[in-house]
Design a protein around this ligand. Structure first.
Ligand SMILES: C[S@@+](CC[C@H](N)C(=O)[O-])C[C@H]1O[C@@H](n2cnc3c(N)ncnc32)[C@H](O)[C@@H]1O
Length: 166
């Protein structure tokens, strides 16, 4: 989907997002983080929306990236460092994060590329990349240099993929 259309859709959804999707997302967080605990260090929430995951791991330092300002305002209210950017071209330093998560944010796109290589780039060696996608969006992840797939799992209404940064 064109980025301006996606941004507009997210802007319009922001005020009702938590009420409509909060419970569904919390199930995904609990499932994924139960299988793959977050490593120590700075965390990236890629396509953070309203920053719901902050409530699931409130004692951690998060940077949230999203296209939507309305979403980011809410995430900032939850204590996130908020960056407006496209996941396909992250304005973030290489190796800066202990882990990157993308819960239901690789959406309305033809391919996980180049977002997944970007997540790989900003995570330090030994770090974790955790991605969930809606079941109908899954053909599966591309083979990305520097990432080893370590797990594929059912995750609420999503399918989850965990990668280790080599
Ligand atoms: C379904 S919401 C999920 C939000 C959050 N991850 C959660 O679990 O509650 C998807 C979010 O990803 C963002 N998003 C989708 N594609 C994006 C892109 N290419 N760059 C940045 N953000 C994107 C949307 O704006 C939206 O806020």
């Amino acid at each position: 989907m064109r980025r301006d259309l996606l941004r507009g859709a997210s802007d319009r959804t922001a005020s009702s997002y938590d009420e409509r999707f909060g419970e569904q997302q919390r199930v995904k967080f609990a499932t994924a983080l139960g299988r793959h605990p977050l490593p120590e260090g700075l965390l990236l929430d890629a396509g953070c929306g309203t920053g719901l995951i902050g409530a699931a791991a409130p004692d951690r330092s998060w940077i949230g990236v999203d296209l939507s300002r309305a979403m980011l305002r809410r995430a900032a209210g939850r204590g996130f460092g908020a960056v407006q950017a496209d996941l396909d071209a992250l304005p973030l330093a290489t190796g800066a994060f202990a882990a990157a998560v993308a819960f239901t944010s690789l959406i309305d796109r033809e391919s996980w590329d180049p977002a997944l290589p970007e997540l790989a780039r900003v995570v330090r060696p030994g770090g974790l990349v955790l991605v969930t996608v809606l079941t109908h969006d899954v053909p599966g992840p591309p083979d990305v240099a520097g990432l080893a797939l370590i797990d594929r799992f059912e995750c609420g209404v999503d399918v989850g993929f965990a990668f280790s940064r080599l």
